[in-house]
Ligand binder design. Structure first.
Ligand SMILES: [Zn+2]
Length: 292
């Protein structure tokens, strides 16, 4: 089954909820980054949550999530838009550790427990929103939970799980975001909190192959859940040769000449999808505004 996301409300609109199945998306990122297990889990959780945050946007709006911890994977960057398209990478994909004390991939050790999580939302018409919080756990989900509470003032529960096979491929990935809307009554809040404390961890639900709908039913309750719509989710990079040409042109004639003289060409690799764009001397000359 292809990846998809579910948007829902609960308790007559007092709760807003999202859940996603992101196995193929995370696998595509893993394949392109050649990431190892613990790094894949860190990247996969970030991509999974970013996909749901993208679904909170409208029209052409998009966002970038940047998790910059002091762990060995370095910065993790994810882009998402309102159409279910996400892409992401991490600085050092070749990071893998033994399972932690509770038998899970040690994501906090890979990400680090010191640093920042920042979200930049590009809302069109040069309108930007930026929020930043310190990393509180390095487990990713908790860090986004903290972000929602402190930067957007929306009490939220965030969960994301990634299951990695012995050959490093992604067996399953998914997650949820459940948010209390302004004016939600105490009864609803405690009902959701109670269910959240009783349900299986998201990694278990993902392992059991629970659908996004089933995950939300577990958290909100079948009788209180109202699914609004579903949307396909996929790994998609928007890089192109034209964009790379523009970037090279912007370096200026002198720098392009240096690439021609010293390197006899240029190769530009997209961080997000690892696609390589090659330019020979002739092609570089054409990008100079005043070829010498
Ligand atoms: Zn790309």
């Amino acid at each position: 089954m292809s990846d998809y996301l579910v948007r829902a409300i609960g308790f007559n609109g007092q709760v807003r909820a999202y859940a996603v199945q992101s196995t193929d998306t995370v696998e595509e990122a893993r394949r392109r980054q050649d990431s190892w297990a613990t790094a894949s889990a860190a990247l996969g959780r970030t991509l999974t949550i970013s996909a749901m945050m993208g679904a909170m946007l409208k029209g052409e709006d998009k966002l970038t999530a940047k998790l910059e911890g002091n762990g060995p994977v370095g910065a993790i960057i994810a882009d998402a838009n309102s159409k279910g398209e996400v892409r992401g990478y991490l600085k050092n994909p070749h990071v893998d550790f033994d399972l932690n004390s509770v038998g899970k991939l040690d994501v906090a050790r890979a990400v680090g427990t010191d640093g920042t999580l920042s979200i930049v939302k590009d809302l069109g018409m040069k309108d930007h929103f930026t929020g930043q919080v310190p990393i509180v756990s390095g487990e990713v989900s908790e860090d986004f939970t903290y972000y929602f509470a402190n930067s957007e003032q929306v009490p939220s529960a965030v969960g994301a799980g990634v299951l990695v096979d012995t050959d490093h491929s992604i067996l399953a990935a998914g997650g949820f975001i459940v948010q209390m809307m302004p004016g939600a009554d105490e009864e609803t809040t405690s009902a959701v909190e109670k269910r959240l404390s009783e349900i299986a961890p998201i990694s278990t639900m993902v392992r059991e192959g629970k659908t996004p709908e089933e995950i939300l039913e577990a958290i909100i309750g079948q009788d209180q859940l109202q699914v609004l719509d579903t949307m396909p989710v996929q790994f998609k990079c928007h890089c192109s040769r034209e964009r790379v040409e523009i970037a090279i042109s912007s370096l200026g004639d002198e720098e392009i000449q240096r690439m021609i003289d010293e390197d006899e060409g240029a190769e530009a690799k997209c961080h997000f999808c690892n696609e390589a764009y090659n330019f020979n001397e002739k092609e570089l000359k054409e990008l100079q505004s005043n070829p010498s």
